[in-house]
Design a protein around this ligand. Structure first.
Ligand SMILES: [Cu+2]
Length: 334
């Protein structure tokens, strides 16, 4: 991995003018469901399980609450949002893990431009990597040749992180500018195909109206720094509003994100880190090796967002898709 950082390529929006990456860089929802604090859901295998769901942060909190639902393969969300603080109440009704990242396109571009000029190159790229025709070291030059410059200049503003089937999570972030945005999930299906190519790309117009919302009040904070991820090693079970500070600039174009996973006694963290890197053939490919509870999607250094989650006792992991093996921390919930 000499000149391409998997992380900054992390999407159908890429990066070419990058700084060096380290060699080891791994790089209409049902109201009853929304309101309940415990949700019963059928998993992909048909087993029923109790889920912790973040009820209680919704409309009472003076947020611009946006219901977002993922299925195979679509992202259901409103076509318009306002500027200001926005809370994604994200439910994954699919059988595969999904996330909903949000980014602003350069002025004048829209989803049709993205589908025509940017998305196909990623399909060709993954086919090439799977067949062995392309290698990781070829990714940068391949994209440079096959993606127009505007396709690399989106602004990542947040969204809700990786979420396992049947779950609901809450992520809050700020929309600072009006414009044309996209919501995207670029997890891969079990056959290796990008979810983006299968329909998980949706356009949202952010108007110049400003929502009268206020910023959440956090119970504790997590900070992504140049030397790693700092978070409390132990917290109490229950409902938490967690502020995430993106204090570090990622080595490439693609900014950091943060995802929350529940670990089992036999979880192999190395496997999780490999899975977080989409440039690996099995990377970001469903099914996930851990249970994901959401997070905050990519946003630039200096920005911050919030995760609202109801945590039961156990072992958990914070992990970024970007440089996962450096940007992570385990913690316990008692
Ligand atoms: Cu997806």
């Amino acid at each position: 991995m000499k000149y391409i950082c998997p992380s900054w390529l992390s999407t159908f929006a890429i990066i070419l003018t990058l700084t060096a990456c380290s060699d080891d860089a791994y790089s209409t929802l049902n109201d009853a469901l929304v309101q309940s604090t415990v949700v019963q859901s059928e998993s992909a295998t048909g087993t029923s399980k109790a889920l912790t769901e973040g009820g209680g942060w919704s409309s009472s909190d003076n947020q611009q609450v946006i219901k977002v639902v993922t299925t195979e393969y679509a992202i259901e969300a409103p076509d318009e949002m306002k500027m200001g603080w926005v809370q994604f109440e994200f439910t994954n009704k699919g059988d595969q893990v999904h996330f909903v990242a949000m980014y602003k396109l350069v002025d004048g571009k829209n989803i049709e431009d993205q589908k025509r000029e940017v998305v196909p190159a990623f399909g060709t790229l993954m086919e090439g990597l799977r067949s062995g025709e392309l290698r990781k070291k070829d990714i940068g030059s391949f994209l440079e040749k096959n993606i127009p410059e505007w396709g690399l200049k989106m602004t990542w503003v947040g969204g809700a992180g990786l979420l396992s089937p049947g779950r609901t999570t809450h992520a809050t972030f700020k929309l600072d500018e009006p414009g044309t945005y996209l919501l995207e999930c670029y997890v891969k299906a079990p056959d290796g195909q990008w979810h983006t190519l299968m329909g998980m790309l949706k356009q949202v117009i952010v108007s110049n109206q400003i929502a009268q919302t206020r910023e959440p009040s956090p119970d504790w904070e997590v900070t992504l720094t140049d030397s790693g991820l700092n978070a409390p090693a132990k917290v109490k079970s229950g409902k938490h509003t967690i502020k995430v500070n993106f204090a570090a600039k990622a080595p490439g174009f693609m900014p950091y994100d943060i995802n929350l996973a529940k670990l089992s006694p036999d979880t192999n963290l190395e496997k999780v880190f490999l899975w977080m890197d989409w440039t690996n053939i099995g990377g970001l490919r469903a099914p996930a090796p851990v249970e994901f509870l959401g997070g905050v999607e990519h946003m630039n250094a200096g920005k911050h967002g919030y995760i609202m989650v109801n945590l039961e006792a156990g072992r958990y992991l914070w992990v970024s898709e970007v440089n996962a093996n450096n940007m992570y921390q385990e913690f316990m919930v008692e």
